[in-house]
Design a protein around this ligand. Structure first.
Ligand SMILES: [Zn+2]
Length: 218
């Protein structure tokens, strides 16, 4: 990433967000990405549409890094605040390299342009990128990007290793970026838990998917 360019583009208007929507959290989500049986420590909800957009954007022949923005809503209900990640905007012009992702000036412009045009109601709730064959963690460079451009308390970093389909979400907790002990994937409101779980398995998404429906309100 060219940090100077990005700094110019990511203005307070596009990144800093305080809008919180009051609405009940999604029904029947699939718990993913954590230890089987463990309840996620952070209420992070990833929509199936975002999962499929990300999977489509990874359909490349070369094992290079890919990434993009995450959009969604900062919400609250009777159980407290939670984050909805409704869609992903792939950075199609990003130059992927073996060990680091370079978001060019054009890539930032393109993503922010799409965000304004297609997701004007949504907020930028974070970013995602891949670590082909390297595992899920935040490198020093990733930390730099997040600490400079995704400073809002609700903004997350999603890291994916497409080699073994492990996905990890990192979120702000007391000014530190920590790995979430799992999160939730949700679909349409009329989609049953079984249908959603089967669909995810079909996509090859198996990272910590729970086989039993979890009542997270219990
Ligand atoms: Zn990285």
């Amino acid at each position: 990433m060219n940090h100077e360019d990005a700094e110019m583009e990511l203005t307070a208007d596009s990144i800093i967000t305080q809008r919180v929507i009051a609405r009940p959290r999604p029904h029947r989500p699939v718990q993913a990405g954590g230890k089987v049986g463990a309840v996620p420590d952070a209420p992070l909800f990833l929509h199936l549409d975002a999962v499929t957009t990300i999977l489509d954007s990874l359909a490349r022949e070369e094992p290079v890094e890919a990434g993009g923005l995450l959009v969604g809503h900062s919400c609250t209900d009777s159980s407290g605040p939670y984050l909805l990640i409704t869609q992903a905007i792939p950075a199609t012009l990003a130059r992927g390299e073996r060990l680091c992702l370079t978001f060019t000036h054009e890539a930032w412009n393109q993503m922010l342009d799409r965000k304004q045009k297609e997701y004007s109601e949504e907020l930028i709730v974070g970013w995602y990128h891949t670590h082909p064959g390297l595992g899920v963690f935040l490198s020093g460079r990733d930390l730099f990007i997040h600490q400079h451009f995704f400073t809002d308390a609700m903004q997350v970093a999603l890291v994916i290793d497409p080699a073994d389909f492990t996905w990890g979400l990192f979120y702000w907790q007391n000014d530190e970026l920590v790995a979430a002990n799992g999160y939730y994937i949700y679909g349409r409101s009329d989609q049953t838990y079984q249908a959603l779980a089967e669909l995810l398995t079909e996509y090859g998404v198996s990272w910590g998917i729970q086989t039993e429906e979890v009542d997270y309100n219990a």
